[in-house]
Design a protein around this ligand. Sequence first.
Ligand code: NAP
Length: 319
Amino acid sequence: MEEKIFDLIVLGGGPAGLNAALYAKRGGIDVAIVDTSSVGGQPVNYLEIENYLGFPTIQGWELAEKFEQHIDKFNIQKFQNEEIQNVDLTSTIKTVQTLKNKYLAKTIIIATGASPKKLGIRGEDEYIGRGVSYCAVCDGAFYKNKTVVVIGGGNAAVEEGIYLTKFAEKVYIMHRRDELRADKIIQERAFDNEKIEFIFDSVPLEIVGDDKKVNLIQYKNVKTGEIKTLNVDGVFPYIGFSPNTEFFNAQLVQDEFGFIRVDENMRTSEIGVFAAGDVRRTPLRQVITAVADGAVAGMSAVRYLEEVKHLEKEGVIIR
Ligand code: NAP
């Protein structure tokens, strides 16, 4: 049987991927979304979102659900729980190989997002699920009346620290400098919260526990060099994100951190391949910017396919 060739395959079903698929579908092309889990992306793990225009306050999962309902209304095909193994982006017909299936497409939009960065210290991997967590929303309730430490000074660290005070008795936020990166409004909320204590100019060195759970974190004051310990039940690293790009193995131009470089039309260095959202190099990683990227990428894919069709009619062979 001849394999189906989609006009467009969108890799990733977060805000960028879903909106790219929506714009492409409304642009009249045959599109499918391939995602490693269920669609929704990072917002599923967010608490309240306050900066998505039109929704003064909305739960992350609720916004993700609305996105999916919107996609379903347009009957966009979704292949979920498909672990992407590798992709061939350089041929005229692109290939996406997952653990279970192979998909073919004339164009690809990469919207695979980014994953939490690890601290890279002793004890981190060992205690994942036993005191180390990268998702306060998922695991916060396990820390009722306990003591936790959040690592990082950005919006995520401070917001998740505030969230954890709903459960924990005490929340430390450890930051490597003496000034937070988080927005002022978020900082003020944390400074006003009696359960939160900041530990500035400090970096974690090791997470220590017994055979069941985390007991303490060892850390260093980077100004004085002093090494101290803090008794904690949980450690929540929130030190930023790395792009999810392992599967395409240097087929595209990326920046020094691995984020994909695109032009203003979300075109990557490879013809017929676009990138959108957190996976691309961008000055702002928000749901709203991811959605906007998706719109541009979706339309760029539609225009690219129109150009190809036009050239083929004229007898021009594309590679
Ligand atoms: P981020 O803004 O990059 O902040 C990462 C934090 O971790 C920084 O404070 C950084 O310190 C620290 N850090 C980095 N590497 C470290 C290491 N190895 N050891 C110790 N500390 C380390 O990342 P984010 O907070 O995850 O946010 C990512 C993006 O999502 C941002 O654009 C953010 O604005 C956005 N976001 C927005 C909201 C919201 O608007 N409500 C909520 C969450 C996230 P330095 O400050 O010293 O670099």
